[in-house]
Design a protein around this ligand. Structure first.
Ligand SMILES: [Zn+2]
Length: 98
């Protein structure tokens, strides 16, 4: 409500991640890579990972091949779930120990 100064940073649109249904039936998601910026990946390459009540989404960037983790708040999580992203919740042990 008060003055919101335009900071140098990410352009905050309505949502960082949006699903787009293609005519082919493939769903593409708009995500954001730290290095490459906005990217479009397929739905199947994105995962929601929950850990101790906190959620993040993980994807492999098609640009730099990096495995990108980004935190997902409740709204974002709902949006991703709505788009059909698979959810994985790890109870306690975060990393998959071999
Ligand atoms: Zn990248």
């Amino acid at each position: 409500m008060s003055g919101h100064s335009a900071d140098a940073g990410t352009p905050q649109g309505s949502a960082e991640v949006g699903g787009t249904a293609h005519a082919s039936g493939t769903v593409a998601l708009r995500v954001r890579c730290e290095s490459c910026g906005p990217r479009v990946v397929t739905l199947s390459s994105v995962r929601l990972v929950g850990r101790s009540g906190r959620w993040e989404y993980v994807f492999t960037c098609p640009g730099c091949r990096a495995r990108v983790h980004r935190s997902a708040d409740e709204a974002l999580r709902a949006a991703l779930r709505g788009a059909g992203v698979a959810e994985l919740s790890s109870p306690d042990t975060g990393d998959c120990a071999s």
